[in-house]
Design a protein around this ligand. Sequence first.
Ligand code: CAA
Length: 283
Amino acid sequence: MEIRSVGIVGAGQMGSGIAHVFAQAGYDVLLNDINAEGLEKSVGLIARNMDRQVQREKITAAERDAAMARIRTTLALPELGASDLVIEAATENEAVKHKIFAELLPHLRPETILTSNTSSISITRLASRTDRPEKFMGFHFMNPVPVMQLVELIRGIATDAETYDSLLAVVGKLGKTAASAEDFPAFIVNRILMPMINEAVYTLYEGVGSVKSIDESLKLGANHPMGPLELADFIGLDTCLAIMNVLHDGLADTKYRPCPLLTKYVEAGWLGRKTQRGFYDYR
Ligand code: CAA
């Protein structure tokens, strides 16, 4: 089946970025959120990012207009039943994801591929609670989606070859590169990236370095585009903590223990850029 339309659940930073790249690649996009203001903000963000692409002569104004015209929004999750492919990009909370799938499933066509942009949760477990484990996959984009080249493709134990091949073709059409990962906690990128970020928080917690010296060390000493604490703020400290907990619980190894300082920041509501405060103050 050729995929022409995509439904996206969740209009946060990941859902917005995913909508952006799909619309630009010629897909019809239906973006859903429970919050009308969230949808409005998301469309505004996509428009600003596309405007910047026009200014930098990456795309023409006509291409921007055509891509923006392909994005529609809805507060009604069942409307995504008309899509050929659905990508769940809601918050990194397993119970929330199960609830979304339960509400959506009665409205999906049998051939629709259902995916999750989860950064760490078991695809096999998510799939097992749906009516289509063979048509369910992990479809993991990196932030900022319009910039990052990689997409992780994660097969659950029951995912069939046809579903994998369809998503591989979609990744190609988006102009991105796929990495195939087995279904183990946090897959490839976050299995490696999050312990590094967590270690940076321990380095701060133990007073080995300051926020500035830790970030500068990795930027200037290891050529990372962002320091690990700046990157944690960018990703969201709640997401970082959720992923560390999945690693810790799923692999049962103390080396994945979340740093108590990371937990404390999340408890304080200091979640990084999205709340204007994390390891840095953005107010
Ligand atoms: N949306 C769209 N485009 C964006 C953007 C955004 N949010 N932020 C930056 N860009 C674009 C800019 O327009 C610019 O485009 P051109 O090169 O075409 O002109 C380009 O990205 C570079 O931007 P800037 O020059 O403004 O800034 P920079 O050089 O400092 O780069 C960055 C910004 C790309 C974010 C860079 O700092 C970077 O690569 N950081 C690391 C990001 C990273 O590691 N992401 C993975 C996070 S892990 C993850 O996502 C997985 C998970 O599950 C948690």
